[in-house]
Design a protein around this ligand. Structure first.
Ligand SMILES: [Fe+2]
Length: 476
């Protein structure tokens, strides 16, 4: 493996304070796993880009589905697949007109890695852009948390690196949020090598960065997601931590540090400064994805997410720990935080009706996970969808038959003034028997009856990460 850097080179890189290009060797992680479940069956990457029309539909797609559904995910070029998280970004999009699917298309994000055959580096444009895609300010942005966004054209071709008119200097999370009243885009990025590790930013719909807050942390923790309410931004400083030494040695650079890195929740008053972040010690654990946060009338801040008690303990391939609906109640005035699980079902990819993001919701949705075993070599499989009320009581649940695997679902409201929860959930579903995928539609108010409609794609859509629905004619 590429970890045989000689000692002199290693020391020289470390002493350079991270200014050297030390990450390329990550593409051949020295602990590269023998059972690469992330390139098999429903995870197997496509090596072609397709365009398909005349898509077969089962059931009836609601007429209000009018726009583009697009989902991102890692799709390895060739056979080099050292970790599930580092595939080259591929977008899968379906365009709808009044409930009719017009076209399916998949395209690699044309990153500098894909276009120029480069390796991943600490240059922020050299990232795989494989995690999510958002629509904001009239732009589609493909995102991965270690680098800059890539702007995507409405036909899913790649325009290029997007840096807010060259003013974005830090990496950008794959999970930005829109503030519930200002409509500003809220996001952050992490630095790897020195404080300040955490860079909070806000931008407006004109693409102008309007706020920059840089925050010191004990280490470069992996902060995959965050939350916001009307008055607060909530950060999760949890014990999966970047190691410069591991990166230099060609190992996956993040590892579980639960025995020595304090788990903390940071409550940042949005109009404050870095010194106003109030850190609360919390039980150790990890969270990839939050579901929502809001403020109650008495000022209590509620954060709801999927929570692992631990993760990646044996290796960075070791993901078979249960993640459960979990919540934090924070009383800013009293300085008190309480926390705990709401349910024991294995869940992730939580979300609310998009119109209630950042404000008090009554319904939460998650994808459910199939326990496939406890071995490092066991794949991750999503099996269905569950709906909870605000208190975390299950309201509704659907589980697919065994030959199907799903992933993240996205909420599409029935109309802009529909009641909370009136709308549809959509997401790609893989059929193991025929090695093809469908885009499935649920009635969000009755998920237990199963999909009400599905679009047959005609090829496998490999499992990926996050999508969005762009309800906007200009994207058609
Ligand atoms: Fe994510």
């Amino acid at each position: 493996m590429k970890s045989e850097l000689n000692r002199r080179k290693l020391l020289s890189i470390l002493s350079a304070g991270g200014t050297a290009t030390i990450l390329p060797s990550c593409a051949t992680f020295s602990e590269y796993h023998s059972n690469t479940w992330w390139i098999k069956e429903g995870y197997a990457p496509l090596q072609e880009e397709f365009d398909r029309s005349n898509l077969r539909v089962e059931g009836e797609i609601p007429k209000h589905i009018h726009g583009l559904y697009v989902r991102n995910g890692g799709n390895f070029r060739g056979g080099n697949a050292p970790h599930y998280f580092v595939g080259d970004g591929m977008l899968h999009g379906i365009w709808f007109k009044n409930g009719k699917p017009m076209h399916y298309r998949n395209r690699w994000v044309q990153t500098s890695l894909v276009k120029d055959g480069k390796k991943m580096s600490i240059d922020k444009k050299d990232n795989m852009s494989n995690t999510s895609i958002i629509a904001y300010g009239g732009k589609l942005l493909s995102l991965m948390e270690i680098g800059f966004p890539y702007e995507i054209n409405s036909d899913l071709s790649t325009k290029g690196v997007y840096r807010f008119d060259n003013t974005l200097e830090a990496a950008m999370t794959a999970h930005p949020k829109v503030h519930p009243t200002t409509q500003n885009l809220q996001f952050y990025g992490m630095s790897f090598f020195s404080n300040p590790f955490l860079h909070y930013r806000e931008a407006n719909e004109n693409g102008e960065i309007t706020k920059r807050i840089d925050i010191d942390l004990p280490g470069s923790s992996m902060q995959h997601d965050f939350q916001r309410t009307e008055n607060y931004v909530i950060f999760l400083d949890l014990p999966i931590v970047f190691s410069k030494m591991k990166a230099v040695m060609g190992q996956f650079p993040y590892s579980w540090q639960g025995d020595k890195y304090r788990a903390r929740l940071g409550l940042f008053p949005r109009t404050g400064t870095a010194s106003d972040v109030r850190w609360f010690d919390i039980k150790t654990g990890f969270c990839f994805h939050t579901a929502n946060a809001f403020e109650k009338k008495d000022g209590t801040v509620i954060v709801q997410l999927s929570h692992f008690k631990k993760l990646w303990v044996r290796s960075p391939y070791d993901i078979n720990f249960p993640s459960q609906l979990y919540q934090y109640h924070i009383h800013p005035q009293k300085g008190i935080l309480s926390e705990g699980p709401c349910d024991d079902l294995r869940v992730d990819f939580g979300f609310v009706d998009s119109r209630f993001a950042g404000i008090e919701h009554q319904k939460l949705f998650f994808s459910t996970l199939t326990p496939t075993g406890s071995q490092v070599t066991d794949p991750v499989r999503f099996s269905g969808v569950v709906c909870y009320n605000q208190q975390g009581t299950r309201l509704d649940k659907f589980t697919y038959p065994d030959e199907f695997d799903c992933g993240e679902f996205t909420f599409i409201p029935k109309s802009h003034d529909a009641l909370e929860g009136e709308g549809n959930l959509i997401g790609f579903v893989y059929n193991r028997r025929n090695d093809t995928s469908t885009l499935d539609f649920f009635d969000a108010e009755n998920v237990s009856i199963g999909p009400i409609a599905r679009v047959h794609i005609g090829n496998r859509v490999p499992f990926g990460f996050h999508g969005t629905f762009v309800n906007n004619a200009e994207f058609l």
